[in-house]
Design a protein around this ligand. Structure first.
Ligand code: GUN
Ligand code: ZN
Length: 452
């Protein structure tokens, strides 16, 4: 420890964004530093730039850790994931509604046991860090202790997590329903009082989706959202055609799926809607105007056969919608942002669009931060930003080394990373300036912040 707190410097190549390459020329948005020095102190980035420029400013005695054949990258941001579903990833089923009944609800019932919640929260946080993900927007289950377990483990790593207890009051097994609208809101309030803004933890009011909440519960969630500063809202939207038709029947008085949420006061800045695969132009406009975001979850949409998200329409420069990348585990099939980008590329390709590597890495970093309205804190390698960083190994596998040897520019390096890479390509993960995951560490590669 130094007087200003824990200080460490990392030397490697580095990439970072300062703008949105869907809206402006890539050269105006993107920084690549072939030999960078990143200095972290007191949880923040103290300096970042070319090694030759930053080295002379470094306080004497600062440890410099060099990573050869690696790229420093802002920690990945997963804007939609269900931690209770970690153990059911890759379960064979039909489309969304069948999959929910067959696997999801029975799996979430197990969170009535706090010890189970603790165990899965532990596994989940480690899977995120192993994949280089440092912030996620996380669904828990209806049980308050599921949120308690997630926040407690996140606090130990000092990760910035946004999470909430799920609200459901119909169309699910009894053991997964709030006993009343009032009780679900009271339990959410208690979790907000305990966790929202404690350290880096933030709370998201979490009605699962319109299919499992009554209009009364959605309305109560909308009131709750307004009672505390800086709360988030997460739910699902227009994922699957059968789901959309079913929900239209549950809310015949509403103009469309998004209008159900808008009517309840749930659409605004820091609202993040999972999927939005089948949205109309009118709904994209509403998201643009209100500052609400969509979480694009390509591995999930392919796994469940939900459809092909219109990424380039969502980001139309005439009315760009905030879009983040989501893994949506357990419907999603990987915790890795790299593996998720691999599928995002293919989803775009099937729609006749090409997702180049710079746009892709923007989505997984600064784009996610922008979707969450946290782009003043997260998503960039820049002095003053919170020091969440992943170290990407360009030669993680023999095949990656072979492929990378023929790359001549950074865009091609990144494209190879997102096509071939996954958690094997993450050499280390730093959270608030501390090394919480180091692939090369003998024994346990993970360390809680206090021990890192
Ligand atoms: N819609 C409502 N609940 C869920 C869920 O758990 N996963 C997905 N992918 N969609 C949902
Ligand atoms: Zn989901």
């Amino acid at each position: 420890m130094t007087a200003g707190g824990h200080r460490i410097a990392l030397r490697a190549g580095a990439i970072s964004f300062r703008g949105n390459p869907f809206l402006a020329p890539a050269e105006d948005c993107f920084t690549h530093e072939p030999d960078a020095l990143l200095v972290m102190e007191g949880g923040r980035i103290a300096a970042f730039g070319a090694y030759d420029a930053v080295r002379p400013t470094l306080a004497e005695g600062t440890e410099i850790r060099a990573f050869p054949d690696a790229l420093l990258c802002p920690g990945f941001i997963d804007t939609h994931v269900h931690y209770p579903q970690t153990e059911m990833i890759g379960s064979f089923a039909g489309e969304l509604l069948d999959w929910l009944d067959a696997y999801t609800f029975p799996t979430e019932l197990k969170f009535a046991d706090p010890a189970h919640a603790d165990r899965i929260a532990r596994v989940f946080l480690r899977e995120l860090l192993r994949a280089g993900t440092t912030t996620a927007m996380v669904y828990c289950t209806v049980h308050p202790q599921s949120a308690e377990a997630l926040f407690a483990e996140s606090e130990r790593f000092d990760t910035l997590m946004i999470a909430g207890k799920v609200l459901m009051d119909r169309n699910a097994p009894d053991g997964l329903l709030d006993r009343s609208v009032r009780q679900g809101i009271d339990e959410s309030e208690a979790l907000i009082a305990r966790w929202h803004g404690r350290g880096r933890q933030l709370y998201a009011v979490t009605p699962r989706f319109a299919g499992t909440s009554t209009a009364e519960q959605l309305e109560a969630a909308g009131h709750l959202l307004k009672r505390h500063d800086g709360l988030f809202l997460q739910t699902h939207l227009s994922e699957n055609r059968t789901e959309i038709d079913w929900i239209a029947g549950l809310f015949p008085e509403r103009a469309d799926y998004l209008d159900i949420y808008a009517h309840a006061g749930l659409v605004g800045p820091r609202s993040v809607f999972g999927h939005g695969v089948h949205l109309q132009e009118r709904q994209f406009c509403t998201c643009h105007e209100t500052g609400a975001a969509l979480a694009h979850c390509p591995t999930s949409n392919l796994f469940l056969g939900s459809g092909l998200f219109r990424l380039f329409d969502a980001l139309d420069p005439r009315r760009p919608v905030r879009v983040g990348l989501g893994t949506d585990v357990g419907a999603g099939t990987s915790f890795s942002a790299l593996a998720t980008l691999n599928e995002a590329y293919k989803v775009a390709a099937l729609r006749g669009d090409r997702l180049d590597a710079l746009k892709a890495f923007y989505l997984a970093t600064l784009g996610g931060a922008h979707a969450l309205h946290l782009d003043h804190r997260l998503g960039r390698l820049e002095a003053g930003y919170e020091a969440d960083v992943c170290v990407l190994d360009l030669k993680a596998t023999d095949l990656m080394a072979l492929r990378t040897a023929r790359s001549t520019d950074i865009a091609d390096h990144l494209f190879a990373l997102m096509t071939l890479g996954d958690d094997r390509a993450v050499a280390a993960t730093y959270v608030a300036g501390r090394c919480v995951y180091d692939r090369a560490r003998p024994g346990d590669p993970f360390r809680h912040a206090a021990e890192a």
